[in-house]
Design a protein around this ligand. Structure first.
Ligand code: GDP
Length: 372
């Protein structure tokens, strides 16, 4: 079971409006085989934007979640809204995700709103990697975008790829973690930041690929530095490498602190789940939630402390891009949608009637709780 949890990534894509979050999400769904129709953003057929109001406005307002499979891992993409007016909802979703991909525009670099979303993620201690998008555009400059990450976000960029060609001739990225002469700067930088890597560097004059990647992961989880990748979602360049980086560097639910005393990310612990989105759909009222500990079982009753209601979970749905699959249970670390709950609002806790607790709204990096 530990093994299974290690293979889960609950992540969000954070971005300035227009940086390419929707297109990146689309290409991820396509690359993972979750969808065979590539929606176009402008005609409103984008898979994650399924609310009419969102389609009309062309921006993603409501958080939803989609599961994809990649390299033996399940990646749950939690759709965080990027628009500044919806900062509250961004914050709520940050609590539900363990890691994030921050998307930047390769022409504009870090923009003011990317800074504010970045600071929110800092506040909740969400480990991140960066994706510099639109490298195919006229005026795109990978190095300048990396410099803006350093200067405006005050974080050390660890550039793990090199662009091949630029602007219209952009052809993809070279992986610098396949250690070669080109990786010298990255290797040196990582050795300076990571004591385990430094030891190997002093002894051998370089780093093995394994050490380099392990150090990059640990530096990402500690928030010491940020791994930077690049590509063009539009041209479908760099998307598979981005998925590999999500798996390699971002945390699993096991890397996160327990959500409350006695509620570790363990299917056998008492249930603790948080509702992060309620959506009215053709299937009825869908309650999106993250299970932090324990197991949620179809047909069983859950207690909702804020509503002071006990309700039965009639269906549990695993939500993929193009379909919902009925499942019998959801375990710690899972993100699912539930049918049958009429009272649970966004921010509500679900727990066992016999083991009550309230998950507090997020206010610090470490989830705070009070036991009822
Ligand atoms: P969002 O607001 O962050 O979700 O951004 P979108 O994904 O909707 O993209 C905004 C615009 O930029 C759309 O017109 C996309 O077609 C375009 N776009 C997205 N990614 C790229 C890219 O890699 N290259 C180019 N040239 N355009 C892109």
């Amino acid at each position: 079971m530990r093994n299974e949890l290690e293979r889960v990534r609950n992540i969000g894509i954070l971005a300035h409006v227009d940086a390419g979050k929707t297109t990146t999400t689309e290409r991820i769904l396509f690359a993972t085989g979750a969808t065979y129709k590539q929606g176009e953003v402008h005609d409103g057929t984008t898979v994650t934007d399924f609310d009419a109001q969102e389609r009309d406005r062309g921006i993603t307002i409501f958080a939803a979640a989609v599961s994809v499979d990649w390299a033996g891992h399940r990646i749950n993409l939690i759709d965080t809204p990027g628009h500044v007016d919806f900062a509250d909802e961004v914050e709520r979703s940050l609590r539900v995700l363990d890691g994030a991909v921050a998307v930047f525009d390769g022409v504009a670099g870090v923009e003011p709103q990317s800074e504010s979303v970045w600071r929110q993620a800092d506040r909740y201690g969400v480990p991140r990697i960066a994706f510099v998008n639109k490298l195919d555009r006229a005026g795109a400059d990978f190095d300048a975008a990396v410099a803006s990450i350093r200067d405006r976000l005050h974080v050390t960029p660890l550039v793990v790829q090199e662009p091949i060609g630029a602007e219209a001739a952009f052809a993809g990225m070279t992986d610098l973690t396949e250690v070669s002469a080109r990786s010298a700067a990255l290797v040196e930088q990582v050795a300076e930041l990571h004591s385990g890597a430094l030891e190997e560097y002093v002894e051998t004059g370089t780093l093995s690929r394994e050490t380099l990647r392990r150090a990059l992961r640990e530096l990402t989880l500690a928030g010491t530095a940020v791994v930077v990748l690049g590509g063009s979602a539009y041209k479908d360049k760099g998307i598979e490498e981005l998925l590999d980086a999500v798996v390699a560097y971002l945390p699993s639910p096991l890397d996160m602190p327990p959500v409350a005393d006695g509620r570790p990310a363990d299917p056998d612990a008492p249930l603790a789940a948080l509702v992060f989105k309620v959506h009215s759909a053709a299937t009825g009222r869908l309650t999106y939630l993250r299970v932090y500990s324990g197991t949620l079982r179809k047909g069983t009753a859950v207690y909702e402390p804020n509503a002071d209601e006990t309700e039965r979970v009639s269906r549990i749905l695993h939500v993929q891009a193009d379909r919902h699959t009925d499942v019998d249970r959801a375990v710690a670390g899972d993100i699912v949608a539930v049918v049958g709950l009429k009272h649970a609002r966004t921010g509500e806790t679900l727990c066992d009637p016999g083991h009550r607790l309230v998950l507090e709204p997020p206010s610090t990096a470490t989830p705070v709780v009070s036991v009822a």
